[in-house]
Design a protein around this ligand. Sequence first.
Ligand code: HEC
Length: 161
Amino acid sequence: MKKMLLIIPIVLSLMIFSQVIAAEKKVKKVIHYTPDAEYMGLENPLTKANPKTLPDNDPNILAGKRLYEATCAVCHGVRSDGKGPEADGFMTPIRPVDFTDTDAIAALDQGYILWRIDTGGFDEPFYSAMPAWKDDFTETEKWQIILYIYKNAGVSPKGKK
Ligand code: HEC
């Protein structure tokens, strides 16, 4: 009986602990930072249109799709749902972002996304498994990828609702 009395509070506190961890994971699913000033409020130079409304055969969408599928889909998933084949290997609560989530790119403008493509990696503030891609793409290619991630996720950038 004495043992039981000891075990019950231990089990209870473990249960509470795991709830707290679960809640923390939920809160930390997507973290947004303050981008460098030069990225703030940048418009996509390729088009002023809402990327979500661009046709499937738009040349920038097609180019963005090709680049996204070759580079980003391993983590963020072909459907932009954060379920790429690499995603399950992540041991941290911060996982490849599900772009269809209304708290993710739908809450951001395109300048912020450019900043996230250019910067990243294990350094402050990200401590992220996502590398920085600054020198891997031309500026045009980056903007094409940005158009595509909105289109593919079916969400609009902040301010283009
Ligand atoms: C190795 C896996 C991996 C690859 C490949 C990858 N990402 Fe990520 N990405 C992540 C992780 C993990 C996060 C969440 C942590 C963070 O914010 O850095 C993330 C976050 C992001 C965010 C921030 C979203 C938000 O709501 O704050 C954007 C935008 C993004 N990725 C775009 C891309 C693009 C575009 C590519 C391809 C050029 C790409 N990622 C490739 C793992 C990856």
